[in-house]
Design a protein around this ligand. Structure first.
Ligand code: GLY
Length: 364
């Protein structure tokens, strides 16, 4: 098992550990009992994860005579809203949860975002732990404290930056992950490869066959590397006002594609296409060298992530979505682009004309 420290001491938040290993969930009860004592543990999960792991996870606590309850909501992004948050809060009140209660988010991104958000507002904040079960949650959403819910007007429009007390990543969960969920996480891994470049990008390129077959040792290295990169950005810019925004490579168009598809397109598919668009914009706007773009596209193809904008996507509607993006400043749409692999920057200076031409050029 390896540990990565997220150092936030001077930032007003507490530092915490990300612990990664294959099969660590079997020891989780003991680790949590020792490192995170609490009066009551409340596991928050969704119906899918509950069916797979719920009972055995609860037993980890019961076997140690730790007081534990489990709250379950229906799986899916449709649940990530204020109504679900309020129903969890009502359940916490019924359980007489207090500030000595520890919430445990067991699941993917929706579970982590919702459980973290509820933890941030219930009694003005109670502690929570992340136990991510999907690749996306393990490399991205469980780290860094972004929590929240969706509104009819858009995703993640209400929320808080509220850090967990610890993150426990068991790569064993990934062996049974459905292909579409796997793809969701791969797109974020490509993102880390392109913004970090150097050794991390080489690690991905050198281990493609083993990564595709989810070989545990390679998975461990790739996930640990992603967590270290993410932790580094969060330490420097917890509040997402500066360099942390580099982690949004591919997300400006990605969020627009997701919304325009009525969320039929998965986050990972949309982000992968957004990354491919970012590469083309980088080539045309800031002279990303052709060999860097080719290297990035080869990695994407090898991993099997999509990079073509659906031909039926309405460019005008995508532009409107991007103009409403929460990362915009005034009328300017902000993009993360690359000067070179490993050299990201944020710009609001891409002209509408160039953007429209690039989107049209990438339609399949
Ligand atoms: N998912 C990007 C971030 O946490 O900043």
């Amino acid at each position: 098992m390896n540990t990565i420290r997220v150092n936030l001491e001077n930032k007003g938040s507490s530092s915490y550990n990300i612990q990664i290993g294959h099969g660590i969930v079997d020891r989780l009860g003991l680790m949590i009992k020792k490192e995170h004592p609490a009066g009551l543990y409340v596991i928050i999960t969704d119906s899918r994860v509950k069916n797979l792991y719920g009972d055995s996870f609860v037993s980890l606590f019961k076997n140690l005579d730790l007081p534990v309850e489990m709250l379950v909501f229906p799986a899916g992004e449709e649940s990530k809203n204020m109504a679900t948050a309020m129903s969890i809060i009502d359940a916490l009140i019924s359980l007489k949860a207090d500030r000595q209660t520890m919430i445990i988010a067991l699941g993917g991104g929706v579970v982590g975002d919702l459980a973290g958000f509820v933890s941030s507002i219930y009694l003005r904040g109670i502690p929570f732990l992340q136990v991510p079960t999907t690749l996306l949650a393990q490399v991205d959403s469980s780290i860094g404290g972004k929590t929240g819910v969706d509104l009819a007007a858009g995703k993640n429009l209400v929320g808080a930056i509220y850090q967990p007390r610890g993150v426990f990543i068991d790569t064993k969960f990934l062996l049974s992950l459905p292909e579409r969920e796997w793809m969701n996480g791969l797109a974020e891994i490509v993102k880390y490869g392109l913004i970090e470049g150097g050794e991390y990008l080489a690690l991905l390129e050198e281990n493609l066959p083993a990564l595709k077959t989810r070989q545990p040792e390679v998975l461990h290295g790739v996930i640990e590397g992603a967590c270290r990169i993410k932790a580094g950005f969060v330490e420097i810019d917890e509040q997402d006002r500066g360099v942390r925004r580099f982690l949004n490579l591919g997300h400006t168009l990605g969020h627009a594609l997701e919304a325009e598809s009525g969320y039929d397109m998965s986050h990972g598919e949309a982000v992968a296409i957004g990354i491919a668009t970012g590469l083309e914009l980088s080539r045309r706007h800031c002279h990303l060298p052709a060999e860097d773009a080719k290297r990035a596209l080869t990695l994407m193809d090898e991993l099997g992530v999509p990079r073509t904008i659906p031909g039926h996507a309405d460019t005008g509607a995508l532009m409107e979505h991007m103009k409403r993006d929460k990362k915009r400043q005034g009328q300017r749409i902000n993009f993360v682009l690359l000067k070179r692999l490993g050299m990201p920057f944020v710009t609001g200076g891409v002209s509408e004309q160039l953007l429209i031409e690039t989107i049209e050029g990438l339609k399949g």
